[in-house]
Design a protein around this ligand. Structure first.
Ligand SMILES: CC(C)(COP(=O)(O)OP(=O)(O)OC[C@H]1O[C@@H](n2cnc3c(N)ncnc32)[C@H](O)[C@@H]1OP(=O)(O)O)[C@@H](O)C(=O)NCCC(=O)NCCS
Length: 210
């Protein structure tokens, strides 16, 4: 990309942040979460309802269910976790409309990465709380306008308010990688995360203490 264009788009993204507001996911903001996911913001986001990382295996018993029924099961499961306060995340709003989302939580809430052999070999044992930032979803119309960055900043503030600890992320190294929903390395670097190791060909393990 041309450097001048990069600078211009970075400035645009910086100016956008002040346009957004954020709220945590709760039963009160559940209708906003539903609205964002029902607006089909990204391939994969709507069917998953951000349930994938909540489990180390298959999500619930989906045997024999149609695609539509599986999607509905994910939605119901997610709401159940929100009711039990076992699902955490930040919603980003532009003029009152939900336009983005970032999921975070402790290891017990988001165990999926523990099934990754490379991650397990690194065995990041810590004597403090271990937090994970696992997913981002941004409405298509709002991409490249600092929504993910805004969500990440708010998630870090929320984690700090809940006692902090070691925060991990697993972003992509190069834009073409499939798992874009894990965020980009540059946005975590900007928030003071350091690269700890590679995870496969496409992702990185990054950490920050707060
Ligand atoms: C990845 C994603 C979260 C980025 O969100 P965003 O709000 O557009 O990102 P931001 O504008 O905050 O930018 C964050 C960083 O990512 C980079 N980035 C974002 N989109 C990019 C693109 N298309 N190409 C290259 N870099 C990009 C930005 O340059 C920025 O880096 P910088 O801080 O070094 O400038 C968004 O594209 C998305 O939601 N993708 C689909 C995710 C998905 O499929 N989720 C559902 C799966 S369950």
């Amino acid at each position: 990309m041309v450097k001048g264009y990069d600078n211009a788009s970075a400035q645009l993204r910086a100016s956008k942040i002040s346009e957004y507001s954020t709220k945590p996911l709760s039963l009160k903001t559940w209708p906003d979460f539903e609205r964002l996911f029902r607006s089909h913001p990204a391939p994969g986001a709507y069917p998953c309802w951000c349930m994938y990382n909540h489990s180390a295996g298959a999500i619930g018993d989906t045997k024999g269910l149609s695609r539509v029924a599986r999607i509905e099961q994910n939605r119901r499961e997610k709401k159940r976790l929100v009711e039990k306060r076992q699902s955490h995340g930040i919603l980003v709003f532009a003029q009152g409309e939900p336009v983005g989302w970032c999921q975070y939580g402790q290891t017990t809430e988001l165990p999926r990465i523990d099934t990754n052999r490379e991650y397990r070999a690194l065995s990041p044992r810590v004597g403090k709380a271990l937090w994970r930032i696992t997913c981002f979803v941004v409405h298509k119309k709002y991409r490249r306008r600092a929504v993910a960055r805004t969500a990440l900043k708010a998630a870090l503030v929320a984690i700090e308010k809940q006692g902090g600890g070691l925060v991990e992320a697993y972003p992509i190294k190069r834009w073409e990688a499939y798992t874009k929903y894990r965020g980009t390395a540059s946005m975590f670097k900007k928030e003071g995360f350091r690269i700890v190791a590679r995870l496969g060909d496409n992702n990185l393990l990054m950490q920050k203490e707060i």
